[in-house]
Design a protein around this ligand. Structure first.
Ligand SMILES: Cc1cc2nc3c(=O)[nH]c(=O)nc-3n(C[C@H](O)[C@H](O)[C@H](O)COP(=O)(O)OP(=O)(O)OC[C@H]3O[C@@H](n4cnc5c(N)ncnc54)[C@H](O)[C@@H]3O)c2cc1C
Ligand SMILES: NC(=O)c1ccc[n+]([C@@H]2O[C@H](COP(=O)([O-])OP(=O)(O)OC[C@H]3O[C@@H](n4cnc5c(N)ncnc54)[C@H](OP(=O)(O)O)[C@@H]3O)[C@@H](O)[C@H]2O)c1
Length: 432
């Protein structure tokens, strides 16, 4: 009898888990991948920046996993709404939770809830065409905006704001989003780091891209990027060298300006009824802690995008640590027959590839635990979903959505694909 495993979430962690199960199992195994959206690939589709086409092509590799004969995609099935842990444990020998970290973190400063103060998660979802965020969510009508945080997501957001719509035309950005980017009045984008350049989380390749923008200059203040990096890693030395070289060069008069700041922390978002300014405080480190110096500066921005990290949300009935915002586990084991992988397991850090070794560890634990055990499952998920009126989106139906996106791109004379907007359009494309 084959081992039956349910994987919840079809991002990199979920699909690397399915692949590892196929590779590591010594006997027959079948995997059902449950996904709340009609589309697979998680943040590869709805996170990776649209102009990073080579990274997006990882979807081609993940597609290969979904096409393995013993792997099945069940889109439009949400854990916590359509099924719960007890349902899945009745139908499968084991369940692996891989639902990622979909929600923004907050800064905890006054004014954070003013209109115009937004999470990078929302903005990323918007330009990636995620069905949770409508296309009219953003109007880029401010000439100055601030992006808080100096990680790779902040760099993505800054780059999308700095590029022209023409530069993004060949990407899969939804047509309505592209129209709104073309109408953008943004001229200055401040990117704010609360510590020094040697502490920034962005990677060198991503940082360098900011210096190669044809539509924007980059400004860095010499006094803000002094740092002793002689003992630092190559990555940190590289970042600081690039920033210092930008500080030494003049502006070329390009239409937009990326203003990179360090040693400044946001203390208040100001405005009557909407964001009108951002108050910053100069910082320094005292015993390793970011500490305010009492020196303030106010930026006249109309939008504040917080890109200060993601966090996971608890899954109903599944253990969750509020302190680490992850599912507590031992090498991927949560409880008897329940496992976890990816960002839900280790928090929202690491590139796509990190999830491969992470998933492999979880699968090793799972297979060792289940070796020689008699199956205890006694129900069938298809029957259970049918009884609840849930009809999953199949892999073939997802391919119809992909085909409709390619067709749309062709009709608009754009690149390989243009994302369909909204669940209804996607479901129509797959004949439902
Ligand atoms: C904005 C952004 C850009 C990034 N860009 C890059 C990059 O360029 N290169 C790189 O290497 N890494 C990048 N990363 C990191 C990379 O995306 C992550 O390492 C990776 O996606 C994490 O994989 P995951 O499967 O744990 O989570 P996810 O990719 O988030 O997948 C989780 C999946 O679970 C589904 N799900 C959630 N809740 C439920 C539920 N209740 N029921 C069913 N399904 C559910 C979601 O819809 C989603 O499909 C980026 C991250 C972000 C946030
Ligand atoms: N191209 C790529 O490879 C790519 C693209 C996107 C994302 N990713 C990956 O995805 C993961 C998540 O990226 P991320 O950018 O969301 O997270 P991140 O790398 O953790 O960066 C978060 C940034 O927010 C800052 N921050 C946190 N709280 C703050 C606060 N209250 N006030 C001001 N600043 C605050 C952090 O500063 P401190 O350091 O001071 O806390 C840090 O600069 C990372 O591993 C990243 O590499 C990769």
């Amino acid at each position: 009898m084959s081992l039956r495993v349910a994987v919840v979430g079809s991002g990199p962690a979920g699909l690397y888990t399915a692949e590892a199960l196929m590779k590591q199992a010594t006997g027959p195994v079948t995997v059902d991948v449950l996904e709340r959206l009609p589309t697979p690939y998680g943040l590869v589709r709805y996170g990776v920046a649209p102009d990073h086409t080579s990274i997006k092509s990882i979807a081609g590799y993940l597609r290969g996993v979904l096409e393995l004969p013993d792997v099945r995609f069940l889109g439009g099935v949400e854990f916590g709404k359509d099924v719960d842990a007890a349902d899945l444990l009745a139908c499968y020998d084991a369940v692996v939770y891989c639902t990622g970290a979909m929600v923004d973190r907050r800064m905890g400063i006054p004014g954070e809830d003013l209109p115009g103060s937004v999470a990078a998660t929302d903005f990323v979802n918007w330009y990636c065409g995620h069905p949770d965020v409508p296309a009219d969510r953003f109007v880029l009508d401010s000439s100055e905006v601030a992006v808080i945080g100096v990680g790779n997501v902040a760099v993505d957001v800054v780059r999308v704001l700095a590029k022209t719509a023409e530069e993004l035309r060949a990407t899969d950005v939804p047509e309505e989003v592209l129209r709104r980017l073309a109408a953008s009045r943004v001229r200055t984008i401040h990117m704010i780091g609360r510590r020094g350049p040697e502490h920034a989380k962005f990677t060198l390749k991503e940082l360098r891209e900011l210096g190669e923008l044809t539509n924007a200059d980059v400004r860095v203040r010499r006094e803000e990027c002094r740092a002793d990096v002689t003992a630092a890693s190559r990555q940190v030395r590289g970042n600081v060298e690039v920033l210092q070289s930008w500080a030494a060069r003049g502006l070329a008069g390009r239409p937009r300006l990326v203003d990179v700041r360090f040693w400044m922390r946001p203390v208040e978002i100001l405005g009557e009824g909407r964001v009108e300014a951002l108050k910053l405080e100069r910082t320094r480190l005292v015993e390793g802690r970011v500490t305010g110096t009492g020196e303030f500066e106010t930026l006249p921005v109309g939008m504040v995008l917080r890109s200060v990290g993601y966090r996971s949300v608890p899954l109903p009935g599944v253990p969750f640590s509020e302190s680490t915002m992850t599912v507590p586990n031992e090498a991927g084991r949560v409880r008897d027959r329940e496992y976890v992988a990816g960002w839900l397991k280790r928090g929202p850090t690491g590139v796509i590839g990190t999830n491969k070794s992470d998933a492999a560890e979880t699968v090793r634990t799972l297979l060792a635990d289940l070796a020689g055990r008699e199956p205890v499952r006694h129900a069938d998920l298809d029957d259970l979903l049918a009884a609840r009126g849930v009809s999953p989106v199949t892999y073939e139906q997802w391919l119809s959505i992909e085909a409709a996106e390619a067709e749309l791109a062709k009709s608009l004379d754009r690149g390989e694909r243009v994302k369909l907007l909204g669940l209804a359009a996607m479901l129509t494309a797959c004949g439902r």
